[in-house]
Design a protein around this ligand. Structure first.
Ligand code: FAD
Length: 302
C-alpha cells in the first residue's frame, strides 16, 4: 500500500489539510443556514471550500453568487465546480472568465451527469467539451493561473468499462493540467488504498484527496451511494439499523464512524481530506477536531 508521507514522527506533527464542499442554497432560509455553517467552519482554516454546480448548469447563478459571497465576505479560498453538461464551449468559457474576473483561482472541473438522468447514456453537447479532460485543458489554456481539481473514483465510475479505463481518464485530466483529484466518497478504506496503489503505478503523482461523507442520514447516503456506484458495507448498514427515528443517536454514530475512518486514513499517512458537508457543520466540525484541527490553527499547504 502506498502512503503519502515519511515517518510516523513527522506525521504526528502535521496538521491535515482539509477542504469543505457545499451546495448552493435554493431559498433564502437555506442561504441563512449555509451562512451559519460557513461561519462555524471558517475558523478551522480549510485549504479551500468548494461549491457544487447543479445538473445541466441548473445552479449556475446560485453557484456563482455563493462563490462571490464567500470571496466578498470571508477570508476563505473558494473553488467553483463546473460541468460540461448541456453547454457550448463558448458558454462554459464565459463562466470561467466570470469566475476569473471576480478573483476565483480554483475550478473543480467535471464532465457531469447526463441530462436524461444518472444511468442513461451521456451525450456531450455537439458544440461543447466532449469530456472533462477537454474542459481542464481549456481552463488551463485560457487562464494558466487557475488551479484545476478533478474527480476520481476508487470504485470506478459507474459508466466506466473498468478501473483501468477510469485511471486512463484520470491520467488524461492530469495531462491536461489538473493538479488535484478528489475522490467519490467511500466507506471502506482498503478501496482507497488499493486505488491509490494503481493510480501511482500508472504514474499519476498528484494528490488523490479522499472525499469523506459523514452520514447524516443513512437512507439518503444509501441513495447517493447507489447512484454514485459506491458500496455501502454491511457493517455500516448494521451500525445505523433501528435508528431511523432517533436522530440524536444517529448523529453520534455518524461522528464515530467518520472519525474512525479519517483517523485510520491519517494514521496511514493521508494528509488531505475533503468533506462533503451537505451544508451541515456539526459532524464535520467534530471530525476535524478529532483530526487535531483547532479553530484558527495554521493550515498546512496541500
Ligand atoms: P470523468 O472523470 O470525466 O469521466 C467519467 C467516466 O467516463 C470515466 O471514469 C471514464 O470511464 C469515462 N471517460 C471519460 N473520459 C474518458 C476518456 N478520455 N477515456 C476513457 N474513458 C473516459 N456533478 C455535478 O453535476 N456537479 C458537481 O458539482 C459535481 N461535483 C463533483 C465533485 C466530485 C469530487 C465528484 C467525485 C463528483 C462530482 N460530480 C458533480 C459528479 C460527476 O459529475 C459525475 O460523477 C459524472 O457522471 C462524471 O463526471 P466526472 O467529471 O467525474 O467524469
Amino acid at each position: 500500500m502506498t502512503t503519502e508521507t515519511t515517518t510516523p514522527d513527522a506525521r504526528a506533527q502535521k496538521r491535515p489539510a482539509i477542504s469543505f464542499e457545499f451546495f448552493p442554497p435554493k431559498t433564502e432560509e437555506m442561504e441563512r443556514g449555509l451562512w451559519d455553517v460557513v461561519t462555524r467552519l471558517a475558523p478551522l482554516n480549510p485549504n479551500f471550500v468548494s461549491v457544487t454546480y447543479g445538473a445541466g448548469g441548473s445552479t449556475r447563478e446560485r453557484t456563482h453568487s455563493t462563490i462571490a459571497r464567500i470571496l466578498g465576505e470571508t477570508k476563505l479560498t473558494p473553488a467553483a465546480h463546473l460541468t460540461c453538461v448541456a453547454a457550448t464551449k463558448g458558454d462554459i468559457d464565459e463562466v470561467v472568465d466570470r469566475y476569473h474576473d471576480v478573483g476565483v483561482r480554483h475550478i473543480v472541473a467535471l464532465r457531469g451527469d447526463p441530462t436524461t438522468g444518472i444511468g442513461t447514456r451521456y451525450a456531450a453537447h455537439p458544440e461543447g467539451y466532449q469530456q472533462s479532460s477537454d474542459l481542464v485543458a481549456a481552463i488551463k489554456r485560457n487562464h494558466p493561473d487557475m488551479e484545476v481539481s478533478v474527480s476520481a473514483y476508487p470504485e470506478k465510475h459507474p459508466e466506466s468499462k473498468s478501473l483501468d479505463a477510469d485511471i486512463d481518464a484520470l491520467k488524461a485530466k492530469v495531462d491536461a493540467g489538473a493538479t488535484r483529484a478528489i475522490t467519490q466518497f467511500f466507506f471502506d478504506n482498503d478501496l482507497y488504498y488499493r486505488y491509490l496503489d494503481r493510480v501511482r503505478a500508472a504514474g499519476i503523482t498528484i494528490p488523490i484527496v479522499p472525499g469523506i461523507l459523514p452520514v447524516q442520514n443513512f437512507k439518503l447516503a444509501k441513495n447517493f451511494a447507489t447512484r454514485a456506484g459506491a458500496t455501502i458495507p454491511d457493517w455500516l448498514e448494521a451500525k445505523f439499523e433501528g435508528l431511523d427515528d432517533d436522530a440524536d443517536t444517529r448523529r453520534l454514530v455518524a461522528a464515530t464512524v467518520a472519525a474512525g475512518q479519517v483517523q485510520k486514513l491519517a494514521k496511514q499517512g493521508v494528509e488531505n481530506f475533503h468533506f462533503y458537508t451537505m451544508n451541515r457543520a456539526d459532524l464535520v466540525f467534530a471530525i476535524s477536531h478529532l483530526l487535531g484541527i483547532r479553530p484558527n490553527s495554521t493550515q498546512k499547504a496541500a
